[in-house]
Design a protein around this ligand. Structure first.
Ligand code: FRU
Length: 522
């Protein structure tokens, strides 16, 4: 091709460079390189969980389903594997199991970094960004102005919006940003917006330091404050972050309740970051609950800032959390990237005793990755141990049923490292011990205690025990998600031996035991 033939390309390249620099964006080529650099073979790289191709990731953002695509945006710093000026990274999936990495969706601009938020499908074109025929995706996020923060001002977090007319591939920020200013609340962030059918309006859940604020809007651009909740409710060991508010049917009845998720950091039951929930009612203005005690979606140390998908048909509620903890997130022993997401989990609500319990359990789509080994029944006499060698325990599912609440499961390697899971009927506790699980000394708070979960409401009869273990994580689900623990682990060699010990006062009956490899998704 002669010079003249190439000229339009050169002009186009210069134009792209100009536009991207103007928007404070990186040239498109750099972004593409980042998207392809990962091998997903690095030590500790999750094989069936989502992790970013490179560099730092925290909260899931903008979870929305549109035209057959599940979007996963996330807090992303593309220049380093530690937290920095926040962008929204982007990935998509057709089945919540396999993910395609996409170019960065939102870059910082003159209003600040792009902190956490949500995305909606504006089907009625209420904001006027698209058409009814091609309804836009609208992202609602927090602007964090680092200069204001440095100057010790209190009004440096505001809320902004952006839209996409091509199902999330490219985004345009609204020129009227910010759409909600700040009257002097230091921590004022993480808008979760949803459509409230009954009043035909948008509702935003937003956190303001130690409480929740609800805002309403007809067009996503102009907002009015509706109410506040939580000054004196629930856990307050740290600042409130990443709220979510949604309706769920109570299993086995026609009753509908509203669930409010609130992440807090610090103040979680096993230290650092964690997510509490409230079950109550919402009348379009106010959220109310008679729940007194704090309830937790997950007692493990590594499930934070989790929120749910908007716009999934049939009332299904799917949750994804960030599989880390601010106590040590920036120090974990991975090199080219940092952090992964939890498995996507289906939420459901059950009345247990006098209150409601929020169950969370991996989406059924995940089963396609799990092998189909023969189901075995086992009896272990008092004090007996059984060992099951399995090379792939760091990419596996362990599943069985039992009525016992007295046993120990240990996952071991040949270096003397082990991850120990214990249930004891005496104390009505489930324990997760990663003290000698592998690399732990990168941060004192990582493995200085045994993690505990009260399991006093487990059924009397048979219940399921299921653990999903990836290269650097374990997720344990008791009774299909009634009690859950998620934790990171960094063994120096894969665990290769599963040991089951009967610590009860009667024979341990285990039925339908399977240990299966889980296929990789990358
Ligand atoms: C939660 C959080 C959010 C904030 C984001 C910044 O992990 O602190 O409150 O929007 O991370 O990256």
């Amino acid at each position: 091709m002669n010079f003249f033939g190439k000229r339009p390309l050169i002009v186009y390249a210069l134009l792209c460079l100009f536009i991207s620099c103007k928007n404070n964006e990186k040239p498109v080529s750099t972004v593409k390189e980042e998207m392809t650099a990962a091998t997903y073979k690095e030590a500790y790289r999750p094989q069936f969980h989502f992790s970013p191709p490179q560099n730092w990731m925290n909260d899931p953002n903008g979870l929305v389903y549109h035209q057959g695509i599940y979007h996963l945006f996330y807090q992303y710093y593309p220049e380093d594997s530690k937290w920095g000026p926040m962008h929204w990274g982007h990935a998509t999936s057709e089945d919540l199991v396999h993910w395609e990495q996409k170019p960065i969706a939102l870059f910082p601009d003159e209003h600040g970094y792009i902190f956490s938020g949500s995305a909606v499908v504006d089907s009625a074109n209420s904001a006027g960004f698209g058409t009814i025929e091609n309804p836009p995706l609208v992202a609602i996020f927090t602007y964090h102005d680092p200069d204001g923060e440095k100057a010790k001002k209190k009004d440096f977090q505001t809320q902004g919006i952006a839209y996409s007319l091509d199902n999330g591939d490219t985004w345009v920020k609204y020129e009227g940003n910010p759409v909600i200013g700040n009257e002097g609340i230091k921590d004022f962030r993480d808008p979760k917006v949803f459509w409230y059918e009954q009043d035909q309006k948008w509702v935003m859940a937003l956190v303001a330091g130690d409480h929740l604020q609800l805002w309403g809007s007809a067009d996503l651009k102009s907002w009015e404050k509706l109410s506040e909740f939580g000054h004196k409710k629930g856990a307050h060991g740290g600042v409130w972050e990443c709220p979510d508010l949604f309706k769920l049917k109570v299993t086995g009845s026609e009753l509908e309740k509203w669930v409010l998720l609130i992440s807090i950091n610090p103040g979680a039951p096993n230290g650092g970051s964690g997510t509490q929930y409230f079950v109550g009612d919402f009348d379009g203005q106010r959220f109310t609950t008679d729940q007194e005690d704090a309830k937790w979606i997950d007692y493990g140390t590594d499930n934070y800032a989790g929120v749910t998908y908007n716009n999934i048909p049939d009332g299904e509620r799917i949750f994804i959390g960030w599989m880390s903890n601010w106590n040590y997130a920036q120090a974990t022993p991975t090199e080219t990237w940092r952090s992964a997401m939890t498995l996507p989990r289906t939420l459901s609500l059950q009345k247990i005793g006098t209150g409601y319990t929020l169950f969370n359990y991996p989406v059924a789509q995940l089963n396609q990755l799990v092998g189909a080994s023969e189901k075995k029944d086992k009896t272990l006499e008092i004090g007996a141990k059984d060992t099951i060698p399995f090379d792939h325990l760091n990419q596996a599912e362990i599943k069985f049923k039992t009525t016992s609440k007295d046993f120990v499961l240990s996952l071991k390697n040949t270096k003397g490292e082990e991850l120990v899971l214990t249930i004891t009927s005496d104390q009505k506790l489930f324990l997760l011990d990663r003290i000698v699980s592998g690399k732990t000394d990168f941060k004192e708070t990582f493995a200085n205690t045994i993690q505990q979960m009260p399991v006093d409401q487990l059924p009397e009869g048979e219940y399921e025990v299921r653990a999903l273990i990836d290269r650097s994580s374990v997720e344990v689900f008791l009774n299909k998600g009634q009690y859950v623990m998620t934790a990171q682990v960094f063994p120096n060699e894969h665990y290769q031996l599963l040991e089951i010990e009967n610590t009860g006062a009667a024979a341990l009956e285990i039925t339908k035991l399977t240990v299966n490899a889980v296929s990789k998704i990358w």
